[in-house]
Design a protein around this ligand. Structure first.
Ligand code: B12
Ligand code: SF4
Length: 515
């Protein structure tokens, strides 16, 4: 249930950014039906059994992705045993497994968009406007052995403008699940609608920062520019973290991105030699540098094990990905996932490996197909090495983020638009205090890993202290040693095999308790 630690910062030890994310699909469904409904998120087996026996449910909906199909099997079995009158509805990506009907005991299996399906099923108006739930994007955030306080407004809110992506890359499950090439489902068509939803969330959750869960937010330029116009008129100094393809980003000038509040971009860094490439290698490097120069954090995503990769060229390809020096870097194995055109293609060619557990088909372990040049075992070695290489040569992502934040501040601190200045000033509050103490720790700890990275961290810390001489030095001196102690304690805990689990959430809506 962790995004960064599982697939982005997994080699970064105690510097890994850790947080859990709620199950947004079922939160969206609950918010948009008028029937009494409970959401039970991350249930233990005991909590699930208690809920099924304590209340009578006409319908039990189960949400899952493919890796968790075993859990869905067991949950269906429990419902039949403990609440035999309930209808079982299973939705989410798990529904894309060919033959799923024979694997689980459910009454309905829902492929694709679930809000309209559930409204239809319950006899409600499926075309009614979509109400957005209040979603705090991450919970129980921890880094360097410290759990950050869950203060209102501290963490970004998630906003979900659409599902699916019209680009239709053949390996992409989210695109395939919501209709494939040329198709997607928009919950909010216009910038005006989006603006109103964001104002509502801002007022309720007291946030300035939004995690925009849309596969390719910047692709829809008219909507984004309309949002910018409304933000300017209302003086909104918001930060937006978005997913976007390189060619979509290129539709904007850097100033447009900055004024729109784009502070974090997740983009695919496809190998220039692959057929998915949206830009040439040179251009990708230049784009990444430019974004960071403008204070926009870049999370790159690189696929390991593409068709053209061989043991001879893969090291070089990983090296060039690492050389883009993004703030964060996700590596994923090329993976035919059920439901995608790629899966069908591999299946037709007889290249899917037999007896692979679905729980292992997620791109962070080993190949599930026969690659022309790389073995299943080696796929894991190359993947693990990619994460390590990025960490070792570029340092902790927290340090890289600090670097980007400082560049943004230096460039925009005197910018004429007060919304933009306010945003960078907010970031600087963190950089000049707690983050500078973290830099002090990273500099010390990284000496053991890579001396030249440690020197670079030192240089950055000096720059921060030049900008904010009193507060930055004071916090490094006072908070630094505490953070160093907690970081080392965390390293020891992780070495002993400590893992973290999300808490269980129970949320009821339209609920009248029987008394
Ligand atoms: C947020 C997220 C996470 C969060 C999970 C939060 C959580 N509590 O589950 C984190 C970051 C932790 C995460 C982890 C992982 N994730 Co993830 N994640 C996403 C992401 C980015 C957004 C999901 C989301 O909220 N979308 C918006 C909502 C509205 O859409 P939705 O969930 O699909 O729900 C809609 C329908 O599916 C349907 N629906 C959903 N549930 C139900 C239930 C019922 C009853 C009904 C009727 C309908 C229904 O209705 C909803 C509204 O239309 C998606 C990509 C994406 N864009 O969707 C990947 C995605 C779901 N993740 C994926 C994967 C592979 C993983 C990991 C295995 C990655 C890894 N290697 O570590 C882990 C597994 C974690 C685990 N143990 O389950 C894949 C799943 C592939 C597949 N085909 O199964 C996706 C699709 C990304 C991708 N393209 O590869 N993930
Ligand atoms: S651009 Fe990204 S989200 Fe869209 S189909 Fe391709 S991989 Fe999927």
């Amino acid at each position: 249930m962790e995004l960064y630690h599982n697939q982005v910062t997994r080699a970064q030890g105690s510097f890994s950014l850790r947080m859990f994310h709620r199950s947004w699909g079922i939160m969206m469904i609950q918010e948009n039906i008028s029937a009494p409904c409970s959401v039970l998120d991350f249930p233990t087996r005991k909590a699930f059994a208690r809920e099924l026996t304590k209340n009578h449910y006409d319908v039990v909906g189960i949400s899952s992705i493919i890796v968790n199909v075993g859990k869905v099997q067991e949950m269906c079995r429990m419902v039949r045993e403990l609440s035999p009158d309930s209808a079982i509805v299973v939705g989410g990506h798990v529904a894309a497994i060919p033959g799923i009907e024979t694997m689980i005991d459910a009454d309905h299996i829902v492929k694709g968009e679930g809000i309209s399906w559930m409204r239809r099923y319950l006899g409600e108006d499926e075309h009614a406007p979509i109400k957005h739930p209040m979603i705090v994007s991450g919970v129980e955030t921890r880094i360097m052995g410290i759990r950050l306080p869950n203060r209102k407004g501290n963490t970004a809110a998630t906003i979900i403008p659409s599902v699916g992506c019209p680009m239709g890359c053949n390996f992409c499950t989210t695109s395939a699940f919501f209709g494939g090439k040329g198709k997607f489902v928009n919950f909010y068509e216009t910038g005006d609608e989006l603006f109103d939803v964001m104002c509502g969330i801002e007022a309720e959750l007291k946030v300035h920062s939004f995690f925009v869960m849309d596969e390719n937010f910047l692709l829809h330029r008219t909507r984004a520019m309309q949002l910018l116009k409304r933000m300017q008129e209302a003086g909104k100094s918001w930060e937006l973290s978005v997913f976007a393809s390189a060619n979509a980003i290129r539709k904007y000038t850097m100033l447009e991105l900055v004024e729109l509040g784009i502070s974090w971009v997740w983009m695919g860094l496809e190998s220039p030699r692959s057929s998915y490439s949206k830009l040439q290698g040179e251009e990708v490097g230049q784009l990444t540098r430019e974004l960071r120069e403008h204070g926009i954090r870049v999370q790159g995503s690189t696929i390991v094990g593409l068709e053209h990769h061989t043991p001879d060229n893969i090291v070089e390809e990983i090296e060039s990905a690492v050389n883009y020096q993004t703030d964060f870097h996700q590596f994923m194995l090329y993976t035919p996932v059920p439901g995608t055109p790629l899966y069908q293609e591999m299946s037709d060619q007889g290249r899917l490996l037999p007896d692979i557990d679905f729980a292992d088909v997620h791109g962070q372990y080993k190949f599930n197909f026969r690659h022309a040049a790389i073995s299943r075992e080696d796929s894991k070695r190359f993947l693990d090495w990619a994460f390590w290489r990025d960490f070792e040569s570029n340092g902790p992502s927290l340090y890289r983020m600090c670097q980007t934040m400082l560049k943004g501040w230096q460039r925009y601190k005197d910018y004429p638009d007060p919304r933009v200045r306010e945003r960078f000033t907010r970031e600087m509050k963190k950089l000049s205090s707690a983050y500078n103490a973290a830099l002090w720790v990273m500099e010390k700890e990284f000496k053991k890993v890579n001396r030249s990275v440690s020197d670079r961290i030192h240089k950055l810390r000096r720059e921060v202290e030049k900008e904010f001489p009193v507060v930055a030095r004071l916090t490094a001196a006072s908070l630094g040693p505490v953070l160093l102690w907690s970081t080392r304690r965390e390293d020891r805990r992780l070495a002993k095999g400590r893992t973290y689990e999300p808490p269980t959430f129970l949320e009821r809506r339209n609920w009248v308790s029987a008394s």
